[in-house]
Every structure is written in structure tokens, then in C-alpha cells.
Design a protein around this ligand. Structure first.
Ligand code: CP
Length: 321
């Protein structure tokens, strides 16, 4: 019997497994047609209780590009959640109708709750202000594509580090690699949560905290901007006060390294000026593309699909068998 694996936070995969995923992404990107039938007959249940553009569409696109199919919903109001159905019961149904679940939910740990009753793999597609491990997969693939390594890098996370789930996940994953260091750039109201910092301290990973992007920028290999997460604020006035605290523009970029990259999980609001889009160091749209390939590789891994079959079919094709 196949082992049931979930992907709820970055540490659910070992470093060696990330390496295998990166290698698979390279192969898929080089020869996408080779993988276009590998998930034939499999169904992704995309259960999105919270808005999304990139994560939902890239998951759907990933499954379709692998030859599989997609069911699901893009808002809680169009599911029986609106009638009071629990996460667990919705998950039980998706386990019957689908082969793998991608779940986004406004409450932290909802995909974890789902995984307790699911008979198929559950992927956390973003849970409240907690974690977003498939965004981390996209981030790691992008950083590796630029630097050809995931160690000896200085990353600056800037913006809403309190509610920004992508930076919580990336800090966890990036601290697994040697000699990385972190600069947490935020207003005092939106600082990185203690649990993330404690994990870094336990691993002896250096970090500093500042509210000054201009001072920090010149030293960074990766400038990771984040949106101030309006939907997680209880006080609308506080959001208004903090929403434009950081705006990365051409002037600030003039102080950054020539060889740095700017990442952002997107969507952006004002925190990166559109003039930065044409800067060759702006990699955030590429990052979204890598996310789709990362999700293709993740689906193949969690469904334990037969990649050797791809090679066998290719061999027969070349040999004219
Ligand atoms: N990066 C990301 O999660 O974007 P969406 O909210 O559009 O899915």
C-alpha cells in the first residue's frame, strides 16, 4: 500500500526530497510534453475557502498539464460550508471524489485538521496568517534558478511579517541551508512572530530586525517584499496607517546589489512601484511561473506517479518500438 503523505508546512519534506523536486522541475520545464499524460485519470480537489489567483490557477493548470482533471470551489459561499458543514466533512467528501486535495483557508491549521480525516494527500495552499508551503517551493525554485545554490545568501523580508504566511514558511525552509542569514524589515506592529524567530535561534541562524529598508537594502541578495495583509487586521485605521509603510521604487533599487533579485509572492498593492517591473532584478512574475512547475512536481510526488514510465515511453518512442 502507498504511504499517505501530506504537505502542510515546509518541514514535511526532507532536504533530499526538495532536491528531487527541483530536479523534477528542471526535467518538466525542459520537456513538458513528456509529463502531459502522467496524471491521466487523477483528480485534484481544489478547495479554496479564501480568494486566490496564483495558487488556485497554478494548481489547476499544473494538474491539467499533467493530464489530470480538477474539481472544487473558489469561495466558501459556493460550497456547503455556507450551510454549516465542517472542514472535516467537506474533506471526507473530497477524499471520495478526488485523488489529492489543495486547500486554502482563512483559519490557521485548517489543512492540518483536514489531513486528520483525509484518505488522500492534503496540500496546504495557505492557511490564515500561518504557513504557505507551496509558495515556499516556488520561492526556493526561483532562488536556485538565479543563484544556482540555496546557501550562503542574505535574504531580507520586508513588510507585513506578522500576518505574511509566505515569509513564515520561507524562513523555516531557508534556515535548513548553511550560512544563510535574515534581515526582518517591518514596522514594530508587524514584526516576525516569536515562534519563527525561536526556530532560527534553535538552529543558530543569524537574523536582525529593523524598520529601515533603505539602510538594509545594499547588503541583500534577495529582497522579499510582502503585502500588508488587509484581511487579517482587526483595526481598519491601523491598516490605513501601515499599508504604505514600504514602497520599493527605482530610487531604492539604485542602492541594491546588481546581482540581487526582488521577490514577492503577489498580489502586490503599492509595496513595489510598477517602475521596478522592468528592472532585470525583478523576478516576481518568474517566481509565479516557477510556482506552477513546482506544483506539478509536488503533485507527481504526493500521488507517487511513475516517472520511470515517462522515460520508458520516451525510450520506446526513440527506438520506434
Ligand atoms: N502567492 C499567492 O498565494 O497568491 P494568491 O493569493 O493569488 O494565490
Amino acid at each position: 500500500m502507498k504511504e499517505l503523505r501530506h504537505f502542510l508546512e515546509p518541514r514535511d519534506l526532507k532536504l533530499q526530497e526538495y532536491e528531487e523536486l527541483f530536479e523534477l522541475v528542471d526535467k518538466i520545464m525542459a520537456n513538458p510534453k513528456d509529463y502531459s499524460e502522467i496524471a491521466r485519470g487523477k483528480i485534484l480537489a481544489a478547495l479554496f475557502f479564501e480568494p486566490s489567483t496564483r495558487t488556485r490557477l497554478s494548481f489547476e493548470s499544473a494538474m491539467l498539464k499533467l493530464g489530470g482533471s480538477v474539481i472544487g470551489f473558489s469561495e466558501a459561499s459556493s460550497s456547503s460550508t455556507a450551510k454549516g458543514e465542517s472542514i472535516e466533512d467537506t474533506t471526507r467528501m473530497a477524499s471520495i471524489y478526488g485523488d489529492i486535495i489543495a486547500m486554502r483557508h482563512p483559519e490557521a491549521y485548517s489543512p492540518c485538521k483536514a489531513s486528520k480525516v483525509s484518505t488522500i494527500p492534503v496540500i496546504n495552499a495557505g492557511d490564515g496568517g500561518h504557513q504557505h508551503p507551496t509558495q515556499t517551493l516556488a520561492d526556493l525554485i526561483t532562488i536556485r534558478a538565479k543563484f544556482n545554490r540555496l546557501n550562503n545568501l542574505k535574504i531580507g523580508f520586508c513588510g507585513d511579517l506578522k500576518f505574511g504566511r509566505t515569509v513564515h514558511s520561507l524562513a523555516q525552509a531557508f534556515s535548513e541551508y548553511e550560512n544563510n542569514s535574515f534581515v526582518f524589515i517591518s514596522p514594530k506592529e508587524l514584526k516576525m512572530p516569536d515562534y519563527v524567530k525561536q526556530e532560527l535561534e534553535q538552529k543558530d541562524m543569524p537574523y536582525i530586525e529593523t524598520d529601515n529598508l533603505e539602510d538594509a537594502i545594499a547588503d541583500l541578495d534577495i529582497i522579499y517584499m510582502t503585502r500588508v495583509q488587509k484581511e487579517r487586521f482587526e483595526d481598519a485605521d491601523e491598516y490605513e496607517r501601515l499599508k504604505d509603510f514600504y514602497i520599493l521604487d527605482g530610487e531604492k533599487m539604485s542602492k541594491a546589489k546588481d546581482e540581487c533579485i526582488v521577490l514577492h509572492p503577489l498580489p502586490r498593492v503599492n509595496e513595489i512601484s510598477c517602475e521596478v517591473d522592468s528592472d532585470p532584478r525583478a523576478w516576481y512574475f518568474k517566481q509565479a511561473e516557477y510556482g506552477m512547475y513546482g506544483r506539478m512536481a509536488l503533485i507527481i510526488k504526493l500521488l507517487q506517479l511513475d516517472c520511470d514510465k515517462v522515460l520508458r515511453l520516451k525510450y520506446y518512442e526513440l527506438e520506434g518500438v
